[in-house]
Design a protein around this ligand. Structure first.
Ligand SMILES: [Cu+2]
Length: 707
């Protein structure tokens, strides 16, 4: 019986997946072809080396391939650049011409490299389809651009999940006149590593697996909140549909510095060490602590700042900071990088001898949401002389540009809301799927003041391609020395304002969240710089759409029933099959296939076909709507042909870290009332124990498999 019911469902889901994938792949492919003329025209333009014949040409060759490495101790398939991860440090001097050949040695995947923070012509920006042709398997591409800046930057793949699998590296650019600030100059590139394939991580996040938060000990539950004395706060959050605060989505197997779990750096007593910190983590914020004393910050995102001291530095994904440390005495001095959610750390040891440990940051309080939110507000607009908190946010309030820069006399103001449905794990700007959203149009030379309004309970590091923006603080005090950055952290439920002038050439430039798993689901938008008169650049639109179609499901088998669902999700759309089969003699079944469109986080429309022989049930098409009510109660209202009008309520209660209670009630005009309550006990990522009672099928116990 089990086989008979489950098999057709699998066939439906494979079929639907194929159909959806074809539908979604078609526009992306069409775009790549229609952009060819644009790329050809741009490639015909003179190269940087021809435009700047006096410049020194510095060449690199970067070969991307797949091989077995063990970043977390066990062998896994990683992506490498020139045989390792991270790739080589690319070193230049301001005024050089960079000529970098990227060779795609992958058997069956395209690739790309983006020069993060570098001011380059649009064609050289490296975003596949949007700015740069795709580099197919076996193909190569040579990038060439003038180096117009100095400082610490990095490069990474902009294709799928390749950055998470190891395709990243550092860029160090010396100024024209080198000023020796330190005895040692070291790159420390931070990374997060998972032995799981990141596409599988993405699927688990979409599926809503609680496994990662359970594994990290950051899960929130009713009994946990009660024990912490935070029950009221927890329930208030549930009531107003505020999902629990989340400092990181993924549970990692290792955190890395320069690809290693432990790093040794040179340094003798009294010597100064310049550390170029780059956060290449795909989904991790890090706290930096040094045993040698406070970190003396001298530059941020490659731009020199007025030096200041920070005891504990929060660095967001894609940001860079240069810090100076002085080795205090003999011994080995820890520079510790701790994941913001406290789930792990990695350290560099400066100097040789007996170890001096850095103090780790206190663990986050998983129920301390409102205290954290008010601390964020205090830090965004700090009182003069305010103490540095134990768990600080980014030190933007202390950042001042070392040299004054030009400030535009006038600007146009725009707002971008950072939005997401944490339950469906679909992230966006302004609630829009990037495939549906229009590009934000800016005229060449125009200055835009962009308010980034975070309506979610997560930090988001927002990166703008190809430009520097200035951070505008609360009072916009001394705008000429406001810091220049390429990436800005926007803390939960708060606002950051950035200002940029569109003076880096016409074309499409991406703005996106640098949490890779957010970017992929849709927290990305194109800023289109048009002619000064508003004329469109001469090429058709392209969206930076990544593979965002994922399928999953779950099946519970007890001695009373077989129940479950399978779904394919793509943006706002889900295709579902659901089944409930009684296993006792005389029990009935109900099966459904439906399409659901989510209009926003609280409302969706549904249409489908239902097969049923439960009490008064019959086959027929149905349509209706589903609502997310306070306390995360789901309400579905449907009308089926043949007179079945139905209301269904469902609620999942997280009781402890591992134990949850799924409740459901439904009332149909023909089928009358039915209720079900099931306890689920989490065993592994894919398996739970289940026991419960349903008025249709009676009491039963068994297992629940997630697939
Ligand atoms: Cu994000």
């Amino acid at each position: 019986m089990r086989i008979n019911t489950v098999q057709p469902i699998k066939r439906v889901s494979a079929w639907g997946l194929l159909m959806l994938a074809t539908l979604l792949a078609a526009p992306a492919q069409a775009c790549e072809i229609c952009r060819k003329a644009y790329f050809d025209a741009m490639e015909a333009a003179p190269k940087a080396s021809a435009l700047h014949p006096e410049a020194r040409v510095v060449e690199y060759r970067l070969s991307i391939s797949e091989q077995t490495l063990s970043p977390a101790g066990q062998p896994t398939q990683a992506l490498t650049i020139n045989g390792g991860t991270p790739g080589p440090v690319l070193r230049f001097r301001e005024g050089d011409v960079a000529r970098i050949t990227v060779v795609n040695g992958l058997a069956d995947d395209s690739t790309s490299l983006h020069w993060h923070g570098l001011l380059v012509p649009n064609l050289q920006d490296g975003v596949p389809v949007v700015t740069t042709p795709v580099i197919g398997p076996g193909q190569s591409r040579t990038f060439e651009f003038l180096i117009r800046q100095n400082g610490t930057y990095w490069y990474h793949s902009h294709t799928g999940h390749q950055e998470q699998r190891g395709v990243y590296g550092a860029i160090v650019i010396e100024p024209k006149e080198v000023e020796k600030l330190a005895d040692h100059d070291q790159v420390v590139i931070l990374g997060d590593w998972t032995n799981e394939h990141p596409a599988e991580v993405q699927r688990s996040l979409l599926r809503g697996s609680d496994w990662y938060s359970y594994r990290k000990g950051t899960a929130q539950s009713l009994i946990g909140a009660y024990q912490a004395g935070k029950l009221k706060e927890y329930l208030d959050g549930q009531k107003s549909l505020v999902p629990p605060m989340d400092l990181s989505d993924v549970a990692y197997d290792a955190f890395l510095m320069n690809g290693q779990r432990r790093l040794q750096l040179p340094g003798k007593p009294g010597e100064k060490v310049r550390v170029r910190l780059i956060n290449a983590g795909a989904a991790s914020y890090f706290y930096l602590d040094a045993a040698a004393g406070p970190l003396r910050i001298i530059s941020a995102d490659g731009q020199d700042v007025v030096p200041f001291e920070q005891k504990r530095l929060l660095i967001g994904p894609a940001e860079t900071y240069d810090v100076l440390l002085t080795v205090p005495a003999s011994g080995s001095w820890e520079l510790r990088s701790t994941a913001q959610d406290g789930s792990g750390s990695v350290s560099a040891w400066i100097g040789e001898g007996s170890p001096h440990e850095a103090a780790p940051p206190p663990k986050p309080d998983r129920y301390g949401m409102s205290a954290y939110l008010s601390s964020i507000l205090d830090q965004i607009d700090p009182e003069p002389g305010a103490q540095e908190p134990e768990r600080p946010i980014s030190p933007y309030a202390k950042l001042r540009a070392a040299k004054p820069h030009a400030v535009a006399a006038s600007h146009r103001e725009l707002t971008l809301k950072l939005t997401g449905d944490m339950i469906r794990y679909e992230w966006s700007f302004d609630g829009l799927d990037p495939r549906e959203a229009e590009a934000i149009k800016v005229k060449e030379g125009e200055t835009i003041r962009l308010r980034l309004v975070n309506n979610s309970m997560m930090h988001h590091p927002i990166h703008f391609h190809g430009h520097f923006f200035r951070l505008v603080d609360a009072a916009d005090k001394d705008p000429a020395t406001s810091p220049l950055k390429h990436t800005v952290d926007v803390p939960p439920m708060s606002v950051r304002t950035i200002e940029f002038t569109a003076d880096e050439g016409q074309g499409d430039w991406l703005i996106h969240c640098h949490l890779l798993y957010h970017h992929i689901t849709g927290m990305v938008r194109t800023i289109r710089v048009t002619g000064a008169d508003g004329a469109e650049p001469p090429h058709p639109a392209a969206t930076h759409a990544m593979a965002t179609t994922y399928a999953w499901g779950q099946a519970a088998f007890t001695n009373a029933s077989a129940t479950g669902y399978a779904t394919i999700q793509s943006g706002r759309d889900n295709l579902y099959v659901r089944w409930e089969e009684g296993l006792r003699r005389g029990d009935g079944h109900e099966r459904e296939i439906s399409y659901q469109r989510y209009l926003d986080t609280r409302l969706s429309l549904v249409a489908g076909y239902r097969f049923g022989n439960l009490d008064g049930d019959r086959d027929g098409p149905f349509a209706g709507a589903a609502f997310r009510l306070p306390y995360f109660v789901d309400l579905g209202l449907t009308q089926q042909s043949g007179g079945e009008t139905r209301a269904a309520l469902a609620k999942s209660l997280q009781l402890t870290d591992r134990l949850s209670l799924d409740l459901s009630y439904r009332y149909g005009r023909r089928t009358h009332a039915s209720t079900a309550a099931d306890l689920r006990y989490l065993l592994t990522k894919d398996l739970s124990l289940t026991a419960g009672y349903s008025s249709d099928f009676g009491a039963g116990a068994g297992i629940l498999i997630r697939f």
